[in-house]
Design a protein around this ligand. Sequence first.
Ligand SMILES: CC(C)(COP(=O)(O)OP(=O)(O)OC[C@H]1O[C@@H](n2cnc3c(N)ncnc32)[C@H](O)[C@@H]1OP(=O)(O)O)[C@@H](O)C(=O)NCCC(=O)NCCS
Length: 325
Amino acid sequence: MQGEGLSTTSGAGQPTTGKISSEARYHAFMAATQEDDQPLRLDAFEARIKPVEEADRSLLHELTVSVFWPHRPHDIDLFISLGQGYLALDEIGRPLCSAMFFPMGEDFAMFGMMATTPRLQAQGAGRRLLRRIMQDCAGRDLRLSATSSGYRLYESAGFEPVATIWQQQGIARPISLPEAVPGLEWRALRQDDQDAIRRLDAHAYGATRTAVLDALFELATGAVVARGGEICGYALMRPFGKGVVIGPVVAEDDPMAMQLVAPLIQQCEGQFTRIDTPQQSQHFRAFLAAAGMGTFDTVTEMRIGPARRSTEGGLIYGLASHSLG
Ligand SMILES: CC(C)(COP(=O)(O)OP(=O)(O)OC[C@H]1O[C@@H](n2cnc3c(N)ncnc32)[C@H](O)[C@@H]1OP(=O)(O)O)[C@@H](O)C(=O)NCCC(=O)NCCS
């Protein structure tokens, strides 16, 4: 599962660890397990580490609120249903730190929901829980969406920067539909589109995320575009955080992506709407900004293991979420 080669250039202008290879960083990080036999001390607290369970919704929600994430309890439920991980709690059960992973297929996992309560950050909790989930995921290729506060931690664990992910959001404005691409037909999502979407997604995403898509189909509305009757792009849309998130979105290029999502943005008019896009295209972002969804923030996609996303055919234009990719 080790990253191939050495890259010292960060996709988001982050500091890098110079000439130490990602593989050496991974081994040094994972070798520090003697630390993990000791109790986790954070300030005056001795933390207990336990697996995340269904009943932990409010504890995880409390942590996400403490780091100013917009997750609502129903968003936490989705992550708990799809992932595994750990929570560090103090002596009276207050949450101090969390880390989760979302296995997809046999050989891939996304990491997410990593948060330490602000006044206890930089004391080693994140490192301890990250190592636990990396042990659980041994043998899998790994990917995560790193915030600027998490970047150094993930880099020290052997993750390599891949690309910038743009968090576009705001109140959706009235827009007119872009000119339709010749030969491309837009229509609302139907139940019998699911198999075609699963195939398209596996190609674009680079892993089979059956459980994620099944869960999203339950929660989402959306649209597909078809060429000659064959589905070649899709977009899902569901309640998330302060409003609505449009994602995943798979399209072949900017015009297709715009044709796909424009009617969905129209349906969101006046509502808080978000798309997280890994596409570097300024054109697509300019279209989103004109629709009221300017750049709010960026995160850096990082990976251990080979690149997986497709670079031709259907491409990922929108993430399901930072934690799910
Ligand atoms: C990222 C995060 C989970 C790390 O947890 P933590 O318990 O602070 O981690 P550790 O104490 O093990 O620190 C690991 C490294 O991160 C650095 N770090 C911790 N908090 C930081 C912050 N707010 N800004 C910049 N660096 C930070 C530490 O200094 C340490 O680096 P070093 O070893 O070079 O000194 C925590 O900072 C956090 O909750 N941030 C806000 C939410 C977030 O962005 N989560 C990451 C999502 S990908």
